[in-house]
Design a protein around this ligand. Structure first.
Ligand code: PHB
Length: 367
């Protein structure tokens, strides 16, 4: 059999998965409007990809405040929960498993996306040199620079942790197999973790323990809903996307891996510096995380099947996430199994639009 390690079944926390090819979270900006509601089209797209060992949904805002791009789906209203329930049913009917990625963008937002035109929120009032995506008052969509954020008062943090818990509870009612907490790529929880975006002088800033405090409070709130064995976390150590810098990326990742180990969460998912920029991860770093964390360790970013298989064989990975290959190849696992050629993704249809470049990529046909 081709790629025997990558294509072997695995256990991940409470989940039994058919293979180790995970579909990575991918923003596709096709939620139904108004209301950012998952639709039948989204259900068809995910069901086409049910061959993945595990689907991690696109990043999904836990609140209006947590939104940074127009047309991304939410998980904080009744219609959104009902829409996700139809997505999950379609994936399960096709034999797949799917977790929801819980997302708050923090400072990567704009008053045009916020209730009453409010400023976005962040650990510190430091503007990111980054873009968000809005529908302008005249109705035209546009990428615009992110707005200056307001620093959160520590008294506001419990309500945001509660938003995560409420979103996690909706995900549970929608029937998901679990949830992934987005602590990566320069969004709110990553903004707390990293020195460049967190200059707080209270218990939530300064040393590593303090910078990790709020992300771990959120994790504990979500574990309170799901139990640890159906919760994963995504990190992007050393990542520079969304104007991120961290002087202590290495030590923070190790500190968090220990915290995840103590809590016995199902998996740790690393977004490697790839399309998003940053240095290549060292083998030493990979070994350090493996040493600290005995749950499933998952890496995403620029892998092909051969390298993925070797990483799993080496023991440094339990599964590998595939992003762009899954956009263009709904039947990715079958293609790997037959060492069939892959369709190339069309970047012009990554974000927004309808079926084109979304549900119309062909499956492989043996000739
Ligand atoms: C994006 O929508 O551009 C996006 C969302 C989540 C990520 C990265 C990028 O983790």
């Amino acid at each position: 059999m081709a790629y025997p390690h990558l294509l072997s079944p695995m256990r991940c926390g409470a989940l039994h998965l058919n293979n180790r090819v995970w579909m990575a979270p991918l923003t596709r900006s096709r939620a139904a409007q108004p209301g950012d509601v998952p639709s039948e089209l989204n259900a068809e797209y995910y069901a086409q990809r049910a061959n993945a060992g595990l689907i991690v949904s696109e990043a999904t805002q836990i609140s209006r405040q947590g939104q940074g791009y127009a047309w991304t789906p939410g998980i904080y209203t009744e219609p959104q929960e009902a829409g996700w329930q139809r997505v999950v049913q379609a994936v399960h009917a096709a034999g797949g498993k799917i977790v929801l990625q819980l997302w708050h963008v923090g400072r990567i937002s704009h008053p045009l996306l916020q209730e009453n035109g409010a400023a976005p929120v962040a650990p510190s009032a430091i503007t990111a040199n980054a873009q968000c995506f809005v529908v302008q008052p005249d109705g035209t969509p546009a990428n615009v620079p992110t707005a200056s954020p307001r620093a959160l008062d520590s008294s506001e943090l419990p309500a945001i942790a509660q938003d995560y818990a409420a979103a996690a509870a909706r995900a549970k009612r929608a029937g998901f197999d679990g949830v992934e907490i987005h602590m990566a790529n320069g969004y709110l929880l990553d903004q707390f973790l990293c020195t460049g975006s967190n200059q707080r002088t209270d218990d939530y800033g300064g040393n590593i323990e303090n910078r990790a405090r709020f992300p771990l409070e959120v994790l504990d709130a979500v574990i309170g809903v799901w139990g640890p064995e159906r919760v994963g976390v995504r990190l992007s150590p050393f990542g520079t996307f969304n104007d991120m810098q961290d002087r202590e990326a290495d030590a923070m990742a190790v500190y968090l891996a220990r915290a995840f180990q103590e809590r016995e969460i199902a998996y740790l998912h690393i977004a490697e510096p790839d399309w998003a920029g940053g240095p290549t991860l060292s083998d030493e770093f990979r070994h350090n995380l493996r040493h600290e964390f005995s749950g499933s360790l998952v890496w995403t970013g620029g892998y092909d099947a051969q390298r993925a298989d070797e990483m799993i064989q080496s023991g440094l990975a339990d599964a590998i996430g595939f992003g762009r290959p899954y956009i263009a190849n709904p039947d990715l696992v079958n293609r790997f199994a037959h060492q069939a050629p892959l369709n190339a993704p069309d970047v012009n249809t990554f974000y927004g639009g309808g079926t084109a470049g979304y549900t119309d990529y062909p499956c492989w046909q043996p000739s």
